[in-house]
Design a protein around this ligand. Structure first.
Ligand SMILES: [Zn+2]
Length: 266
């Protein structure tokens, strides 16, 4: 049995490891009245029905799997709050500039968001699953991310929290988190992952998009406003429904393999 890809020590004994947390894909499989299937479309246009987002065997040990589960659980609760931001006015501030806005999250630290982002970016990059084959960071970044995650992920909730303020980042990466302002069937995007430019990588995760850059010069100018904000609070870019749809549509031209909800109108 191979060694765990995160700690490099224990045996990778865990089956069914998620590369992207299960809750991130839930909206692919919801349909009224019953939720059952998504549709996977490959590069040739061939479609097949699937019931959950991809899993992989024997890449992590049970311990490290629990470490991922801890940050995922923590962040899934934070995300619920983010989706509900209009009702939690004390916890968020919406900075607006026309059709798109920036959501400042008073109760979510930038480091927590970073840890969550990186946990997905790294797993997608090291995954052997074909859905992630176009999402491969250079090996030097993979190793920096592994060290970052191995240092800052904990099984215990209290250890995770007390370490958040201590996190230092020498990965050399720039990672941004986007979502649509609303969350309904019109905002449901696609599930796909690929390299969008020489130094740019995109995780399209239905309700969220994570853009990661290996080079500061490659960050599009419209993101500069975020990269200039040096805040301890998490920052999320909020797109209007119209722009969100446009972003997903433009990107679909580059998709090799995507998963869509079966009700999707193309
Ligand atoms: Zn391990």
């Amino acid at each position: 049995m191979p060694k765990c890809s995160l700690c490099l020590k224990a045996q990778a004994d865990k089956r069914n490891s998620h590369i992207i947390p299960k809750f991130m894909g839930e909206r692919l499989f919801e349909a009224k009245p019953r939720s059952t299937q998504g549709i996977q479309i490959d590069i040739t246009g061939k479609q097949r029905k699937i019931q959950s987002i991809p899993k992989e065997d024997f890449i992590f040990c049970s311990n490290c799997e629990k470490r991922f589960a801890r940050i995922e659980h923590y962040f899934s609760l934070k995300l619920k709050s983010v989706h509900n931001y209009t009702n939690e006015k004390d916890n968020f501030k919406l900075h607006s500039d026309g059709s798109n806005s920036i959501l400042e999250c008073f109760k979510i630290s930038q480091n927590a968001l970073k840890l969550f982002n990186y946990s997905m970016v790294w797993r997608a990059s090291i995954s052997n699953h074909f859905l992630f084959e176009k999402y491969k960071l250079p090996k030097t970044y993979e190793e920096k991310l592994r060290e970052f995650l191995n240092t800052n992920l904990f099984i215990s909730h209290s250890n995770l929290l007390s370490n958040l303020d201590e996190i230092g980042d020498d990965t050399g990466l720039y990672s941004y988190f986007f979502k649509c302002k609303v969350r309904n069937e019109f905002s449901r995007g696609y599930f796909s992952t690929y390299q969008i430019g020489e130094n740019a990588f995109g995780l399209f995760l239905v309700d969220l998009i994570v853009y990661t850059y290996t080079d500061k010069q490659s960050i599009p100018s419209e993101f500069k406003i975020i990269s200039d904000i040096q805040d301890k609070n998490a920052i999320i870019v909020m797109y209007s429904v119209e722009n969100w749809k446009k972003l997903n549509k433009e990107s679909i031209a580059n998709f090799n393999d995507i998963i869509v909800n079966k009700s999707i109108q193309k």
